[in-house]
Design a protein around this ligand. Structure first.
Ligand SMILES: Cc1cc2nc3c(=O)[nH]c(=O)nc-3n(C[C@H](O)[C@H](O)[C@H](O)COP(=O)(O)O)c2cc1C
Length: 207
């Protein structure tokens, strides 16, 4: 009998019972970001994206994968730039709404009472309510199948000062209650478990 309790990752389990599933998109958790685009105020729009991530440190590069039928797709393809706005608990409703309604039918900034702001490098707007807005210039578009992948270089990052710890100089993104997307549902993060490299760091000798 497996000892694993429901909802835990208890390592004491002795039997592993696995199922084979058909190939699918099962890498979770992911962020659910708001991607904003458009070069003038009348065209400003945004939509929700989870197929996104970092792909290179130097130069800083990332991707978004977008279905060609999206209203935002043609805008990004024309302007070759967009902004990835990270989302928070208080942006959760807007994040979901912008992922099920099209900019063809709504002015999403107005409907969701989100504030477009000026980016530093790109013409696309930032979302002022976002803790971090990542300005991107498209380098190439890769046709994959259902989605096209926009490979982009990060040309500027706008960070909200309210998350800046003035004493340590650290940007405390965790204080923004980042929104997490996991297999069809939205969550917040749990508690911190460690920091980068803590597993191999030497413990201070006790005196
Ligand atoms: C959580 C979530 C994640 C999504 N991720 C993507 C994605 O990665 N790529 C994509 O093309 N559409 C994605 N969508 C769907 C689009 O956001 C949705 O079709 C939206 O209405 C498109 O807006 P537009 O027509 O104004 O461009 C996602 C939707 C949700 C709710």
């Amino acid at each position: 009998m497996p000892l694993l309790r429901k909802g835990t990752d208890d390592r004491r389990r002795i039997h592993f019972m696995k199922q084979d599933w058909k190939p699918g998109t099962m890498i979770y958790p992911l962020p659910a970001v708001l991607v904003s685009c458009g070069s003038c105020e009348e065209d400003y729009t945004l939509f929700t994206v989870s197929w996104t991530g970092t792909i290179c440190t130097t130069p800083p590069m990332c991707y978004i994968s977008v279905r060609p039928e999206r209203h935002s797709y043609s805008i990004i393809k024309k302007e070759m730039e967009f902004v990835i706005n990270l989302t928070t608990r208080s942006m959760a409703f807007a994040t979901d709404w912008c992922g099920v309604r099209s900019g063809r039918d709504y002015n999403k900034f107005k409907e969701m009472k989100l504030t477009p702001g000026k980016a530093r490098v790109v013409k696309a707007p930032i979302v002022q309510e976002s803790p971090l807005s990542i300005e991107c210039k498209v380098k190439s578009i890769i046709k994959l199948g259902s989605h096209d992948m926009f490979l982009a270089e990060v040309v500027n990052v706008k960070a909200d000062e309210q998350y800046m710890n003035v004493e340590t100089g650290k940007f405390e993104l965790n204080h923004s209650c980042p929104l997490v997307y996991l297999h069809g549902a939205y969550y917040n993060l749990g508690s911190q478990i460690g920091t980068f490299g803590w597993s191999v760091r030497k413990k201070k000798r006790e005196k």
